[in-house]
Design a protein around this ligand. Structure first.
Ligand code: SF4
Length: 360
């Protein structure tokens, strides 16, 4: 018999569930509060009698995701969770403790259909879209990690303000293409903002360039951040590393992206992984590529994140030398482009960009 996922029930359904077990209604509220903190199971619900906790454990589970593996980086600042969904599919999410807050990178799909040549997340293809609750639960898993030893200290987000023990930023940049699951991603963001007080401007959606999805975000109208995974400065090269380039040209993607940022007066993030080919020759990291990239972003409000390639065993790329990376960046800077070389977090646990995959 499959267990009932209590997190998927409405408040009224949860109340009925506990009263059907012969329990008073207030137990439903207690259970809901624990689940809102990310309680992974019933054993931690100390204000609920042990017998009821055991009975619940037989027929129900809290969240629609279960942590099957947890890896911490050597500096302890990055934690990667391998999560199992109820149908056995696996996804990953990553908690990063940073100087500006606690950021969680969530997955929006199990697997990915986009087939980017440098990415580990697409190796097994797309399995399915995640539900709103499955995406939201990833935030709760991270919140539990941050708060589980301090539960008695403070309520969750008393004033909607972030503090050191709360998830404060979200990036939808894990496994999957968010704009292939746009409505559930929107539902998730609405909920993260409403239930956890995470401001729109602290939420970033990253896309490889699904133009109708960007248009949908414009229509939705929330002032979140948009990141474009560009990774090449011309269509010819982009087609070699990102199959989506056969569907949408860089001109079409950037036109939609600028319309988004103009609507919300936001800075566009551009993600650009610097790659060498298998022989160590620069692929998209040549000075010519840097100059082409300048022409795409000249005079626009954007930040170019340069990401030196992270090794993925099954992928045949190399990482450009430090000199090549800096030469590329210098060209952007000299032309007035805001840019930074992204400090990779969690490379030792395979959670840096392009490394997320089902590994456990
Ligand atoms: S980079 Fe993003 S869109 Fe491309 S295959 Fe990986 S997860 Fe999918």
């Amino acid at each position: 018999m499959s267990k009932t996922i209590l997190f998927d029930l409405t408040a009224a359904e949860l109340e009925r569930f506990v009263t059907d077990m012969g329990q008073p209604r207030f137990r439903a509220k207690q259970i809901a509060e624990w689940m809102g903190r990310g309680a992974p199971d019933f054993s931690v619900m100390k204000n609920i009698p042990e017998k009821l906790r055991n009975d619940l454990d037989v027929v129900a589970q809290t969240l629609p995701v279960r942590v099957v593996r947890k890896l911490s980086s050597t500096d302890g600042q990055t934690v990667k969770f391998l999560l199992e969904l109820n149908d056995g599919e696996k996804i990953e999410c990553v908690l990063m403790r940073t100087s500006y807050g606690n950021s969680v990178c969530v997955s929006s799909q199990a697997g990915c259909a986009m087939g980017c040549k440098f990415c580990a997340s697409t190796l097994l293809g797309l399995k399915r879209n995640l539900t709103i609750n499955e995406i939201f639960s990833q935030i709760l898993v991270a919140q539990w990690e941050l708060r589980s030893d301090k539960l008695s200290d403070k309520p969750i987000r008393p004033n909607g303000d972030a503090n050191n023990d709360d998830v404060s930023h979200i990036v939808v940049m894990g496994t999957g293409e968010p704009l292939q699951n746009t409505e559930n991603v929107i539902g998730f963001i609405e909920r993260a903002n409403h239930d956890m007080g995470i401001g729109w401007r602290r939420i970033t959606v990253s896309t490889c360039g699904i133009v109708p999805g960007i248009d949908r975000l414009i229509e939705w109208g929330r002032p979140i951040n948009l990141a474009i995974s560009l990774h090449a400065p011309n269509d010819e090269l982009r087609k070699k590393i990102m199959p989506i380039a056969n569907k949408y040209s860089i001109a079409e993607i950037m036109d939609a992206a600028w319309r988004f940022t103009d609507t919300h007066n936001r800075q566009l993030m551009i993600e650009y992984i610097l790659l060498g080919d298998a022989d160590g020759n620069l692929l998209n990291a040549t000075p010519e590529c840097a100059n082409e990239l300048v022409e795409i972003v000249r005079g626009k409000n954007c930040m170019v994140n340069l990401i030196p390639w992270n090794a993925v065993a099954e992928r045949d790329f190399t990482s450009p030398s430090g000199n090549a990376v800096h030469r590329f960046q210098d060209i952007l800077i000299k032309n007035g482009v805001h840019t930074r070389i992204r400090r990779e977090r969690g490379t030792d646990i395979g959670s840096a960009c392009g490394q997320l995959r089902i590994s456990g």
